[in-house]
Design a protein around this ligand. Structure first.
Ligand SMILES: [Zn+2]
Ligand SMILES: [Zn+2]
Ligand SMILES: [Zn+2]
Length: 148
């Protein structure tokens, strides 16, 4: 059976509607200030934070930790959030195309083409594959991700 997970706290449910009807203790607006939100990635053996590159074996344990690079950190609770693209050999910024071997080093840098303005935010990884990591396994994962 398919389980659906909240990307903020790792709560799971057998249906999306029951998941997203509950309030989320880790919501970026603050404790219980919003609903659970669906994690739209695949089940992974390791989850990696899209903001800082921290890793954990479950969404629940990953999102339990607070994240210093979460852009919401000043507004409320900033927690790690799983990267939908999974663990990779290379990460590419979706705004400017900057590449890095680790998510941690990619998101360390400020992005010249950030939507909030030049250097107003950090590089953010795209979930699309780069040529370098376009192995057959990854390609099949991407197809699944987009329901193809
Ligand atoms: Zn939640
Ligand atoms: Zn993090
Ligand atoms: Zn960038």
């Amino acid at each position: 059976m398919v389980e659906y997970y909240c990307k903020f706290c790792g709560s799971k449910s057998s249906s999306i509607s029951s998941l997203t009807s509950g309030t989320c203790p880790n919501h970026p607006n603050g404790h219980n200030k919003g609903k659970h939100e669906l994690y739209e990635g695949l089940e992974e053996s390791v989850y990696i934070c899209k903001y800082c590159g921290s890793e954990s074996y479950s969404i629940r344990s990953l999102t339990h930790g607070s994240c210093r690079r979460n852009p919401y950190v000043n507004k409320g609770d900033g927690h790690h959030e799983p990267f939908v693209g999974g663990k990779r050999n290379e990460y590419v910024c979706k705004y400017c195309g900057n590449k890095s071997r680790s998510l941690q080093s990619l998101t360390f840098g400020y992005c010249p083409r950030h939507p909030l303005g030049r250097d107003k935010g950090r590089h953010a990884p795209t979930i699309l594959p780069s040529h370098e990591c376009m192995t057959e396994g990854n390609f099949n994962k991407i197809l699944k991700l987009f329901g193809l």
